[in-house]
Design a protein around this ligand. Structure first.
Ligand SMILES: O=C[C@H](O)COP(=O)(O)O
Length: 253
């Protein structure tokens, strides 16, 4: 049986100026022992990547970006490429977050190009999928997720996918305080793993980390993390305060 190291990732979204991000990163590092079972990642806004990378340096905290553009360079005003993120100290990049799909017109085809660009640059993509409340109520959860995965992962070899992290984030649970129930989350995570198995084989699917995101907080982390196909959490609001985020990281205590 494959053992998967859990991952607790903090997506700071569009929060924190550079000094605020530095203070938060410093405080978080101060709360870690270095013996955490979970791998810890934080994804500050693009402006704070370099200052935060200097603070987390050789600590166990990994740096992630919240987005990228798929070309390496060129006349794409406002965009940031995968090699640029690598040079800023990133190891991870969140791709296809529902807020990007909802507010910035991100499509499954764009997600696919972004994943390929990330992998080519040596970044680990954290690939977000999730259904809306209407889609869930209409019984379309699995078909929506399957389409997002079919198109988002199209053309990716087993080798290209092997390091990737999946993140299931039901849109109705993001920032609402209403997390998916453990049963709802486990059902979807098992489905995602089955999809990955059909697509990439049992070994790769068994090794793939699938994070849950959507109103994760200290009070519900342990019960979510206890489920067999939940390998971590992608935390939004509760990652902004270092004490709260550290409690989530130390969910087993
Ligand atoms: O990327 C994180 C998710 O969107 C979850 O956000 P939330 O924890 O504030 O619900």
């Amino acid at each position: 049986m494959t053992t998967r190291r859990p991952m607790i990732a903090g997506n700071w979204k569009m929060h924190k100026t550079c000094p605020e991000a530095e203070d938060t990163a410093r405080a978080l590092v101060g709360q870690l022992t270095g013996k955490e079972e979970a791998e810890v990642m934080i994804a500050p806004p693009a402006t704070a990547l370099v200052p935060v990378s200097r603070i987390i340096g050789d600590t166990p905290v990994q740096l992630g970006a919240q987005n990228l553009f798929w070309e390496n360079q060129g006349a794409y005003t406002g965009e940031v490429s995968a090699p640029m993120l690598v040079s800023a100290g990133c190891r991870y990049v969140i791709i296809g977050h529902s807020e990007r799909r909802q507010y910035f017109g991100e499509t499954d085809e764009g997600v696919n190009k972004k994943i390929k660009a990330a992998v080519a640059a040596g970044l680990v993509p954290v690939i977000c999928i999730g259904e809306s409340e209407t889609e869930r109520d209409g019984g379309k959860t699995f078909s929506v997720l399957d389409k997002q995965m079919e198109k988002g992962l199209e053309g990716l070899s087993e080798d290209q996918f092997s390091q990737a992290v999946m993140a299931y984030e039901p849109v109705w649970a993001i920032g609402t305080g209403r997390s998916a129930t453990p049963e709802q989350a486990q059902e979807v995570h098992a489905h995602v793993r089955q999809f990955l198995e059909k697509r990439f084989g049992a070994q790769t699917a068994g090794a793939a980390r699938i994070l849950y995101g959507g109103s994760v907080k200290p009070a519900n982390t342990a019960e979510l993390m206890a489920l067999p196909d939940i390998d971590g959490a992608l935390v939004g609001g509760a990652s902004l305060k270092p004490d709260t985020f550290a409690e989530i990281i130390h969910y087993k205590r």
